[in-house]
Every structure is written in structure tokens, then in C-alpha cells.
Design a protein around this ligand. Structure first.
Ligand code: ZN
Length: 566
């Protein structure tokens, strides 16, 4: 069935609540495991259908934010969904205390059970008004960013459309575009600060109501982290500072050489080669054709999956006015399909969507075939990003499909960007720890701290005296800080694992693909560290682990540079 043919119906929350509450009651009185399992499956069906309707509304709203119908439906979910959560949390309580606990663990998995336990620690009815407020604030932020209208180059551009100027070969264009973006961001700066301040307050309030000292522990639980804590993350960040930052600095030095610029400014960072960045120069349909061919060559599994996505129109790729920013992959339960959303802008990022988001899609498409519950199709977030970021590297040998003679340039730029990304991701994480541990800090304190952390992890960032950035507001553009606190570190943990897959792929392609497929199949039936251990993948929390991979990666980068720059 094509995406547009899936029918949306606003869920009747009161009716669904009654149904779940009745199941909870029956389950707590159940004396027979098979009967209990049947009840649980019935509840899963109801929850899947509810989530499915939410996903359909969310996807259609993100495709056209000016469509009043889905805008209203999203408002409905913001306000009413927490009431439904109240019933499903009660159901989790019954499951956690059930005498069939061990049977459930055997049937589903221990990780599935631990997620139920976590849901009890992250919610009670007293925080419903806070959750509603949090949702509203995040929507407000999203709208401010999505509605950017920046006049440049004779047209009105949104922020995604401005990205293509940031890699222009003309330094003046890069600089002018950067100034235009900074001007727009300055115009909403006070409003964004106010929204974030409110978000910190409301999150701290929820944490306190649930019995935590501040939002950090609750934030970790909200991310479903069952096997690591903020102390382990600190050890990891310190490793990044020690082992990755020096290599990232060398990457930047190479780049300065490549483009012949000594006084590298922040707007030069996206520009990689004197004669221009790699360009695909392809239309959406040509890119899709290139991706189809690539997935056919990678394996029969990826081939089947990508044809399914195309045949059922489960990709919305081109940027359009009123489309929400960024890109994502969603898994829609009940109907059981992945959906990929992005804003193609003519840069190499378009190809990253067809590998990164398509990697997510492949994982959920695969896991949904094997796992007994849709709740564990996705693993926790850091594990999810391994599938997507590794696919970016598994795709390397096929880049001629997209870039022709520029393929080596792409491979070099992609590896360099991936290395320098880790310190940035870690900076975003350290900043959020500061913010939520010091929830009384002022708006100015936060900006000072951001600038300090930036200087520590990204010492090459020179903002060319643009006040907006030198005053410490760069993070205003980083949506995750607003919508998904503590998410960002996950990308960097996964990046380390993706480097592991990349190095394996270079030495043993078949082993890499088998291991990758096996990891995808497991979905979220295990925790992050268990998934790594079961598949013998690098564990970024272990001291010294990053040191082991940075040297071979830098060697590979030099090899790619020689091929890319002739
Ligand atoms: Zn991703």
C-alpha cells in the first residue's frame, strides 16, 4: 500500500484508556500464562494502533506544516497523549509485578522487561501538565526554526536551503550566507533563549516531582539507558578529549592545506577542496535510481528492502516550503513500515540521507520480521545510530554511482567530517550536563559555558567576530538540545562503532556484512552494551578503546586524501 493510502483516524483516547485499564485489571487477576500473554498481545495491538495514528499525523504534519488539519491533530496529541501514557504506565506496573514476570522475560527478552521498569520511573500522573507544557515549547521552537525566511541570492530560503551556500567555492558567498543565517538566528535569539529557559525549568520540575535531584538521571532514563550512567559517559568524553580531538585537529590542518586558507573561519569548515566540494548534480529520481542500484549490489536483503520503500512511496525527500527541517526515519507500527523524510538541498547531505536514514529503515524493516514485539524493533538510540552510520561507510565502495569522478572526494570528506563530528557531539553533551546540573544558571551563564566547552573540544572554530556566535549561541540551531535532551552523545558513541564497521569492511567485507545484518536482526532485544558484546563490536566506554581505532582511521584518511587530491 502507498503511504498516502494509509487511513488516519483520530484515536478515541477515553475509549482506548478504558480498554487498556480493563486489560490491566484482567492481567493482574490472570492465573494462566497463556491467557496473560493473550491479554498482553491485545494491549500491544491497541498501543501499536495508537502509535501508528500518532506517526501518520506527525509525518504528514512534518511534510506540510501549514496543513491545518494535521497541525490540529498534533496539538491534540500534545495535549491528550499523556493521558493515554497514564494507562499504559499502569499496565507496565502490572507487568513488572506480575507472577509471570519470568515467563514474559523468556518470551520477549530481559531488555523488554527492563524498559517496562524504566517507564515506571519516568512517569506518574503528577507530571502530565509538565509534559504538555514541554511538548508545546518544543513545537514553538520547531516552528520558529522551520519558518525562517532568509532573503539571499535573489530568493527566499529556509535554513536547509541556505546550507548549499555554506559549501560554495566562493569564500564571499560562504561568508555572506553565514552572516545572513546569523542575522536570522539573532532575530529570534531572545525568544529561543526564553523557550529553552522554560524547558530547563519544566524538565527540572518533572525530575523533582519524580524524586530525582535534577533532570540528568531522569534524562538518561528517558533515553532508556539500562546499562550505563553519566559517570561512564564522562570517562568516554575524557577519552574523546585525549584521543579524538588531536586527530580532529590534524584533519582540520589537512583541510586548510587542501583549500589553501591559513586563517580558517567557521564558514570555511564545510568547504573541502580548492576546486569545489564533490557534487552529485542529480535530480531526486536520479539519486533514487543510483541508490536502488547500490542496494541491489550490497546484498539481496538491502535490495528487497529498498525496492519496498520505493514501490510504496515511503520516502519524502525533496525540500519544499513549509516542510519541517532535517531528516528522519520513522517506523510506523500496526501497518509496519519504515518512512524516510528529508530535505534534499543539492549537497552531499542528500546522499547521506540515502545511506544514513535508509540504514535505519533497513534495520527496522529487518527486525520487524524477526521480533515478537514492535516495542523492541528499535533498539535504544545509540544502538540505532550504529545501523545508520555504519551504512554510510558500507556504501563507500558504491559512491561512483552518485559522484562519478568525485567519489574519492566524497569518501575523504565523509571520513574527515565523521572524525571532527565526535568532538562536536561530545561538546553538546557536556553542555547539557552543565545546564541540567546547574538549572538555576542564567541565560548568559549558559552561553558563556557553551563558548568555553566549544573552545575545549573545537579549538579550531573561529567565528570571525560575529557576535551572535562569539557570545555563545551556536547551539540554538541544534534541535536535539531542545527536543531530545541528552540524545546527542548517542551519535558519537555510534560513530565510534561505525568506525569499527568501516575498518572491518576494509579488511573483510563479508564478515562486516554478516555482522551488520545480525546486529540489525537483534533490534532492541538487548541493551546497547549487550548488543556490542554479543557481536564483538568495540565498546566506547572502555578506556583505551578510542586510541585503538584513531591511528588506523587517520592512516586511511591520508590514503583517501591522496586519491581525492590529484
Ligand atoms: Zn540517525
Amino acid at each position: 500500500m502507498k503511504f498516502n493510502e494509509y487511513k488516519y483516524e483520530r484515536p478515541d483516547i477515553n475509549k482506548l484508556k478504558e480498554e487498556i485499564d480493563l486489560i490491566s485489571l484482567k492481567l493482574s487477576n490472570s492465573k494462566d500464562f497463556n491467557e496473560a500473554l493473550e491479554l498482553l498481545k491485545e494491549s500491544e495491538n491497541i498501543i501499536d494502533k495508537f502509535n501508528c495514528m500518532y506517526d501518520l499525523a506527525m509525518i504528514r504534519n512534518s511534510i506540510d506544516m501549514s496543513d491545518e488539519f494535521y497541525d490540529k491533530e498534533m496539538e491534540f496529541f500534545s495535549e491528550e497523549a499523556p493521558k493515554f501514557t497514564s494507562s499504559t504506565t499502569n499496565l507496565s506496573k502490572v507487568i513488572v509485578n506480575s507472577k509471570f514476570k519470568n515467563e514474559f522475560i523468556n518470551y520477549y527478552s530481559l531488555q523488554w522487561f527492563k524498559l517496562k521498569e524504566i517507564s515506571l520511573k519516568t512517569f506518574n500522573d503528577s507530571i502530565i501538565p509538565d509534559l504538555t507544557k514541554e511538548n508545546k515549547l518544543v513545537n514553538e521552537y520547531d516552528k520558529l526554526i522551520a519558518q525562517a525566511k532568509i532573503e539571499y541570492d535573489g530568493k527566499i530560503n529556509n535554513l536547509s536551503q541556505m546550507a548549499k551556500y555554506s559549501s560554495s567555492s566562493d569564500r564571499n558567498v560562504r561568508k555572506e550566507a553565514a552572516i545572513k543565517v546569523a542575522e536570522y538566528m539573532s532575530s529570534i535569539e531572545a525568544k529561543v533563549d526564553e523557550i529553552y529557559d522554560e524547558l530547563v525549568k519544566v524538565r527540572t520540575s518533572m525530575a523533582k516531582k519524580l524524586g530525582y535531584k535534577n533532570f540528568v538521571e531522569l534524562g538518561y532514563l528517558n533515553m532508556n539507558r539500562t546499562d550505563y550512567d553519566s559517570k561512564m559517559v564522562k570517562v568516554y568524553r575524557d577519552q574523546v578529549y585525549k584521543s579524538v580531538v588531536p586527530v580532529a585537529k590534524k584533519c582540520i590542518e589537512l583541510q586548510k592545506e587542501n583549500i589553501g586558507i591559513d586563517d580558517l573561519k567557521f564558514y570555511d569548515i564545510p568547504f573541502f577542496f580548492k576546486d569545489g566540494n564533490p557534487v552529485h548534480g542529480k535530480t531526486k529520481d536520479e539519486l533514487l535510481k543510483a541508490a536502488k542500484d547500490m542496494y541491489k549490489k550490497i546484498s539481496k536483503y538491502t535490495d528487497e528492502y529498498f525496492n519496498y520503500m520505493c514501490d510504496n512511496e515511503l520516502l519524502d525527500l525533496e525540500t519544499k516550503p513549509n516542510k519541517s527541517r532535517g531528516g528522519y526515519c520513522e517506523f510506523v507500527p500496526y501497518y509496519n513500515f519504515p518512512f524516510i523524510f528529508s530535505n534534499f538541498n543539492g549537497t552531499t547531505a542528500d546522499v547521506d540521507v540515502l545511506t544514513h536514514e535508509a540504514g535505519h529503515g533497513f534495520q527496522v524493516y529487518t527486525a520487524a520480521k524477526y521480533l515478537k514485539s514492535k516495542e523492541i524493533v528499535w533498539p535504544t538510540y545509540e544502538a540505532c545510530e550504529i545501523h545508520s552510520m555504519s551504512m554510510e561507510f558500507i556504501a563507500h565502495p558504491y559512491m561512483e554511482n552518485f559522484f562519478g569522478n568525485d567519489a574519492d572526494k566524497y569518501r575523504y570528506k565523509h571520513l574527515s567530517d565523521s572524525i571532527t563530528f565526535i568532538p562536536y557531539g561530545v561538546a553538546v553533551d557536556e553542555f547539557q550536563h552543565y545546564v541540567y546540573e546547574n538549572y538555576d544558571a542564567s541565560i548568559a551563564d549558559r552561553k558563556n559555558m557553551w563558548r568555553k566547552i566549544e573552545k575545549k573540544y573545537l579549538p579550531w572554530k573561529d567565528y570571525d567576530s560575529i557576535d551572535y556566535y562569539t557570545n555563545g549561541a551556536f547551539w540554538h540551531k541544534q534541535g536535539h538540545i531542545f527536543s531530545s535532551p541528552f540524545y546527542y552523545i548517542d551519535y558519537t558513541l555510534a560513530q565510534v562503532c561505525a568506525f569499527y564497521f568501516y575498518l572491518l569492511d576494509l579488511s573483510n567485507h563479508d564478515e562486516c556484512l554478516n555482522k551488520y545484518y545480525n546486529l540489525c536482526k537483534m533490534g532492541g532485544s538487548y541493551s546497547f552494551i549487550e548488543l556490542l558484546e554479543k557481536n564483538n563490536i568495540i565498546n566506547p566506554f572502555i578506556e583505551g578503546s578510542l586510541d585503538n581505532i584513531m591511528a588506523p582511521l587517520y592512516k586511511q584518511l591520508l590514503k583517501l586524501k591522496d586519491k581525492a587530491i590529484k
